[in-house]
Design a binder for this molecule. Structure first.
Ligand SMILES: Cc1cc2nc3c(=O)[nH]c(=O)nc-3n(C[C@H](O)[C@H](O)[C@H](O)COP(=O)(O)OP(=O)(O)OC[C@H]3O[C@@H](n4cnc5c(N)ncnc54)[C@H](O)[C@@H]3O)c2cc1C
Length: 305
């Protein structure tokens, strides 16, 4: 660790509680949480971790992750508050992975560019959105993507064109061992009124259907198919409002699990097990997690684990 501390030019915090970097507000410590200063710093850190075989994980702003109470044994690297360059040249957008999605949406709308307005209200960074292929109300972040720049663990940069990446519902084939550095998008101009109407519609739908007053990570499970919502199945299994410690299956949206304040990761993982068990028994469907989990073994999240 002493050697690593000498290398890092950005921020490094040892034993950093991941609860501070997760929208659930739960999760034990990471061995070290690092925000690199720039691309050079990132390259040196990744090369060091790779050559010393240190386990390394990437997060954005933690709005789609669940970290166990025991935490993460390894380095956690995030671009938040450092990789924040965003520039527009007509409809061509260059953005670094630490840019918050809300800023990207807002600044695109301000320039009368259409394509991102349906994503207003999706929390998180651009890097997280690309890895998750975040989407809402028929829009996905990948729709207007041109290319992505990644850094592999050997510290080298690689550019991938959109055609080289598979994107589908909440899935991207981007290498999980690589750090997303930046992306290029191309949007078209549209009349301001139509963009504002679409933005407002998306925002109103979100406010009326989601428990936004509480800490959550959005949808816990993927919808099994385009006509069956995971939240509907959990609701029909009679689980809305079910509480485990300070965690609850939201009464407003059964696919959102909320933290009333003092929930632990164990409380949330127990609700995951209960939801999977009941939905499997009632509908013979095994729900697939949308959220990304860190520090769990698979069994702890399965119905009879
Ligand atoms: C209230 C609420 C509402 C939500 N609504 C929606 C919605 O409508 N639609 C939707 O799609 N999602 C929604 N989400 C989930 C979440 O906002 C998105 O998945 C978001 O894109 C995650 O971004 P993040 O920066 O927080 O990523 P994180 O949660 O930090 O990470 C998500 C994944 O991306 C990886 N990752 C993050 N950054 C990088 C990087 N730079 N390089 C490599 N890998 C990286 C992580 O390893 C992890 O696997 C919602 C969440 C909340 C809390």
């Amino acid at each position: 660790m002493a050697e690593l501390i000498k290398i890092v030019k950005g921020q490094l915090t040892e034993n950093e509680p991941m609860a501070r970097h997760s929208s659930y507000g739960v999760g034990g410590p990471a061995t070290a949480f690092i925000i690199p200063k720039n691309v050079n710093d990132l390259s040196n850190i990744l090369r060091f971790a790779h050559s010393h075989k240190i386990k390394t994980f990437f997060v954005g702003s933690g709005s789609n992750i669940l970290v166990s109470d025991t935490g993460i044994d390894g380095l956690v690297i995030s671009p938040v508050k450092a990789f924040t360059h965003l520039s527009f040249k007509e409809g061509n957008i260059e953005a670094e992975s630490g840019v918050m999605l809300g800023r990207l949406v807002r600044e695109s709308i301000n320039r009368d560019l259409t394509g991102f307005e349906g994503l207003g209200g999706v929390p998180g960074t651009l890097g997280g959105a690309l890895m998750m292929n975040a989407g809402a109300f028929g829009h996905e972040i990948s729709n207007y993507l041109v290319s992505i720049t990644l850094m592999s663990m050997d510290g080298n940069l690689h550019i991938l064109q959109k055609e080289e990446i598979d994107f589908s519902y909440r899935y991207s084939s981007i290498d999980k061992e690589a750090f997303i550095v930046s992306a290029l998008f191309s949007l078209k101009n549209c009349d301001a009124q139509s963009i504002q109407e679409k933005r407002k519609l998306a925002s109103d739908k979100r406010k009326s259907s989601q428990p936004l007053k509480y800490r959550s990570a959005g949808s816990v499970f993927k919808n099994p198919n385009s006509t069956t919502a995971a939240g509907y199945l959990i609701d029909q299994a009679g689980l809305k409002g079910l509480r485990q410690g300070d965690a609850e299956i939201s009464k407003k949206h059964a696919n959102f699990f909320i933290n009333h304040g003092k929930a632990t990761a164990k409380d949330i993982s127990t609700l995951i097990q209960i939801a999977r068990k009941n939905v499997k028994e009632k509908f013979n469907i095994m729900l697939e997690l949308e959220i990304k989990t860190f520090g769990f073994n698979e069994r702890e999240l399965m119905p009879n684990g």
